[in-house]
Design a protein. Structure first.
Length: 220
């Protein structure tokens, strides 16, 4: 199992854009690897269509996208036409590659297999995994959904905003945070360092314990 902060495994894979070596493909970017149970399935088609629609938003944030499904490249390329039709996408090509993992070797090594969901041949399907990887090649976030539950990729986009903000600044994001919202000062920051680190000011929320740990600052 890959844990938060681990260097994400490097691998070579066949994709709809040819053979890739994962770390080289990421380069200095952020990346999202998201897995799907199978081609030509209803929930997966809606998901890839939505990600394709949001691809420019991820690109603005310097995030590369790559999908994985347990079918071969020829199947992926045929499926892409269905995805584009369903999502009303125009033009040639597709905004991100799809990895071929017909033997489930990669899905198994990355802990993506859902033992409760099986295909028509009785083989276990890949769960709906989301792995967000930083430019340092370390895993910053993981989500694992069962095959029966579609993901909210607007939430994934929000999470990317939060991760990139907290990667560069001494803040955390509170519950239901949205870009532009107030942030929380990290508990490790000393009071004497607040004026230098947070020129927009810091507000301390009073609580019954009298402890000054809820420190709020405008988004850096």
């Amino acid at each position: 199992m890959i844990l938060l902060g681990d260097v994400f495994p490097n691998f070579t894979a066949e994709t709809t854009v040819g053979t890739i070596q994962f770390h080289k493909w990421i380069g200095d970017s952020w990346a999202i690897l998201f897995a799907h149970p199978a081609d030509f399935t209803p929930v997966c088609t809606t998901e890839l269509g939505q990600v394709a629609k949001l691809s420019q938003e991820f690109e603005k944030r310097g995030v590369k996208l790559i999908a994985l499904s347990c079918d071969d490249v020829d199947s992926h390329n045929r499926w892409i036409e269905d995805i584009k039709s369903y999502a009303c996408l125009k033009g040639e090509g597709f905004p991100f590659p799809i990895i071929s993992d017909k033997n489930r070797d990669l899905a198994t090594s990355l802990g993506m297999i859902d033992p409760d969901e099986k295909d028509k041949e009785g083989l276990p399907l890949t769960c709906r995994a989301v792995f967000i990887i930083g430019p340092d090649k370390r895993m910053k976030l993981s989500m694992l959904y069962p095959a029966s539950t579609g993901r909210n990729f607007s939430e994934v986009l929000r999470v990317v905003d939060a991760l990139q903000l907290t990667y560069k600044n001494n803040v955390a994001t509170p519950v239901d945070w949205q870009p532009g919202g107030d942030c929380m000062v990290l508990p490790t920051i000393k009071d004497e360092d607040l004026p230098k680190l947070f020129p927009k000011g810091v507000t301390v929320k009073e609580v019954p314990s009298k402890k000054s740990y809820i420190r709020i600052t405008p988004q850096p």
